[in-house]
Design a protein around this ligand. Structure first.
Ligand code: ADP
Ligand code: MG
Length: 692
């Protein structure tokens, strides 16, 4: 183990300079290099011919370069075309983005291996941005030259495929004996996995590509398994007795709340309230995720839980990811508690403002019962008197660390995580595998499903005609534009342009408002409030309105450039309407050209309003890495596992991990020695983060 953790610069053939290049590929140690998997395998004697290639298929061929051409496409853009022939047919290899060094790699007449997804261009097969390797014939008879199947690695500028292969070979020549097993024999036997050393060698040196998939599976399994092992332990620790507060349902504040509600709770809401009241009544710490689609009524449930803590003499905290959301929660909590003036509520925001110091003091001495806020709640200068309950809204937007800080400030409060992002089961098991889950699977009565209509941009006139009917009824309308070119500036322009068109040309008779991310919070809030209070008005906005905003009288959502949005975001945006009685409409305006994947997204939106179905589809189309976006952590980065492809494997890994922790929580039995070792080295510290 130790030897393999050595800095990669000490490997024969590396050194300081090349080490820096390897860092770009996330290779820092010898172990990293050994676990750097090929992304393809080259068969030197492949008999595949170009004529037999099928479109959309992954393929590889060997041929000769017959032409190399760089074309100017204008606006500083160039295209590189390399034509390859197998003697009978031609294959076009095309690059739209490439480094200056690339064209020089190709020389007419040289033998080349190319691989990638086949498409057709003007009737000829084409690969865009292929993997390739120019096959040198005059090299000395090296280890690799004698082989038929060669590994093809991801590369970075400055490291050629030959250098990479040489380094891999060096690593295994000097360090193969140091490779240690990481799965106990009983698990390997059960799952039919070979010893780790053998499988790692095969990954790089196998001459039988058929044996690769099960080996890759082993690595995927191992990642999932250890992650689940950690979650199983965290859950076990949380479940240990007397780690939390025991609240008693005194039925003072809670019962008064129940009596004053303007509506009847849905069956789902009642069920969920029973679930967490049971948690809060026990002396174990609650760690429960409340999942419910937009509009399913999570707020009132949270208020109920807060009052339960407060009637036991504790404070309650509600943390939201943005200021707009915090303010909205603050307002709706206040309105639910109108008739209970002895419960004191405060809003804590970031930055400096008048009255903040006084609020902080009142929080510290316990005068305030409910504290709503953003990240401001976890700043070091904020002290609490006695927190018994914490609610974290849109919790996937906070990192594990931030959640931990909040809880560490307070001794074992009960924690409820809220999520309006329906999450596919496989992701939920991974990201929230340590939590109990409550699902609000019913919308309040009287809500009609939102009618979703997909129109291309040339049909906008007819859309506006339909929309006017809603405005005539006094209903409100959202129009959302995307960040068109990633830069804040153009985003702003797009919304502004549309706002002008709408307010001056399309709907001059109605009030229009403009909202975008460049505005100050106060300005945004003022506009939101105005829009909310003005019947028959239109809000043209960027995606800042995405989460949580509640205007029950709004009945139309128009999404411009809908083809550019991800499914979950479209679903969130659509959830801004359909919150009151009566029909609501969502118009998806697509601007051609529309990719086939975008078509699939739009079609999904038209065909269902079920958030979970949409989430599954989103995961399938985007892959787990992008599902939560970049800033949103809690999502482990797996190198080998893929949560879409490996759902079955995840289930096996989870069952085994939970069983093992049940039998041997400290992993101290002899047969679990290997588990203990790796866990201690790589997971024990991360486990601490969850233990609050
Ligand atoms: P979420 O946070 O889950 O998106 P909210 O808690 O904001 O949803 O609730 C959406 C709207 O529905 C709010 O205006 C809320 O007052 C209302 N509401 C909640 N529960 C019910 C219910 N059982 N019957 C009718 N309206 C409800
Ligand atoms: Mg909400």
């Amino acid at each position: 183990m130790q030897a393999l953790q050595k800095d990669i610069k000490y490997l024969k053939g590396v050194g300081e300079k090349r080490a820096l290049l390897l860092h770009k590929l996330n290779i820092y140690t010898i172990a990293d290099l050994m676990e750097f998997f090929p992304r393809a395998y080259l068969n030197r004697h492949s008999k595949d011919t170009i004529a037999k290639l099928n479109p959309e298929e992954q393929a590889a061929v060997i041929g000769h370069i017959v032409s190399v051409e760089k074309r100017n496409l204008g606006r500083h853009r160039t295209q590189l075309n390399v034509v390859v022939s197998d003697g009978k047919s031609y294959l076009f290899c095309t690059w739209f983005r490439f480094g200056k060094w690339l064209p020089a790699k190709f020389e007419v007449g040289k033998k080349i291996w190319v691989s990638g997804k086949i498409s057709y261009f003007k009737g000829s097969p084409q690969i865009v941005h292929p993997d390739f390797e120019v096959l040198e014939e005059d090299e000395e008879q090296s280890f690799w030259n004698k082989r038929d199947i060669l590994p093809v690695y991801p590369l970075t500028e400055g490291i050629s495929i030959r250098q990479m292969r040489r380094l891999i070979l060096n690593a295994f020549q000097f360090y193969a004996d140091e490779i240690q097993e990481t799965l106990p024999e009983y698990l390997r036997e059960k799952l039919k996995y070979e010893p780790r050393r053998i499988s790692l060698q095969k990954i790089h040196f196998s001459q039988h590509p058929d044996e690769i998939p099960p080996i890759k599976q082993r690595y995927a399994f191992e990642e999932l398994f250890y992650h689940q092992l950690m979650l199983a332990r965290v859950k076990k620790i949380h479940k240990q007795k007397e780690s939390g507060y025991k609240f008693i349902l005194h039925k003072t504040y809670t019962t008064k709340l129940k009596g004053s509600l303007p509506f009847k709770m849905t069956a789902a809401q009642k069920k969920v309230i029973r679930e967490f009241v049971a948690d809060m009544n026990s002396d174990r710490q609650m760690n429960r995720l409340l999942q419910g689609d937009v509009g399913s009524g999570k707020t009132i449930i949270t208020v109920f839980a807060m009052l339960l803590a407060i009637e036991n003499g504790f404070q309650a905290i509600f943390m939201a990811p943005t200021e707009i959301l915090a303010e909205q929660h603050f307002a709706s909590i206040k309105s639910f508690l109108q008739n209970q003036p002895d419960i004191k509520i405060a809003l804590l925001k970031g930055g400096n403002y008048k009255g903040k110091k006084a609020t902080i003091e009142k929080i510290a001495n316990g005068e305030i019962d409910i504290i709503v806020g953003t990240h401001a709640l976890i700043q070091p200068d904020i002290k609490y008197k006695k927190v018994g309950f914490v609610a974290i809204d849109e919790q996937h937007r906070f990192g594990v660390e931030q959640r931990a800080v909040l809880s560490q400030k307070n001794r074992h409060p009960d924690v409820m995580y809220l999520s309006a992002t329906p999450i596919p089961r496989s992701l939920a098991l991974t990201v929230y595998g340590d939590l109990d889950v409550s699902v609000l699977d019913e919308l309040p009565p009287g809500r009609q499903p939102i009618k979703t209509i997909w129109r291309n941009s040339n049909k906008k006139k007819t859309v506006y005609k339909e929309v006017e009917k809603e405005l005539q009824k006094g209903k409100q309308v959202y129009i959302v534009c995307p960040l068109i070119e990633q830069s804040e500036k153009s985003d702003l322009l797009a919304a502004e342009t549309l706002y002008q068109e709408i307010s001056e040309r399309i709907f001059p008779k109605y009030n229009s408002f403009l909202l975008h991310g460049k505005m100050k919070t106060a300005e945004k809030d003022e506009i939101m409030q105005k829009f909310k209070q003005t019947p028959a008005s239109i809000l043209v906005s960027t995606t800042v309105i995405e989460v949580g905003i509640d205007v029950p009288n709004a009945s139309v959502m128009i999404i411009e450039h809908a083809e550019r949005f991800g499914l979950s975001q479209l679903h969130q945006l659509r959830g801004r309407v359909g919150r009151g009685q009566g029909r609501s409409y969502c118009y998806l305006i697509a601007h051609p050209p529309i990719s086939s994947e975008a078509r699939e997204r739009l079609q999904t939106m038209v065909s269902t309003t079920d958030g979970f179905k949409i989430a599954e589809k989103d995961l399938e189309l985007r892959g787990p890495g992008d599902f939560f976006g970049t800033e949103q952590s809690g999502m482990p980065l797996f190198k080998h596992a893929n949560l879409v492809r490996d759902q079955h494997l995840l289930k096996i890994a989870r069952n085994l991990a939970f069983q093992i922790v049940k039998d041997d929580p400290q992993l101290e039995k002899p047969e679990n020695r290997l588990l203990h070792q790796k866990y201690k080295a790589e997971f024990a510290q991360r486990e601490q983060l969850f233990n609050f």
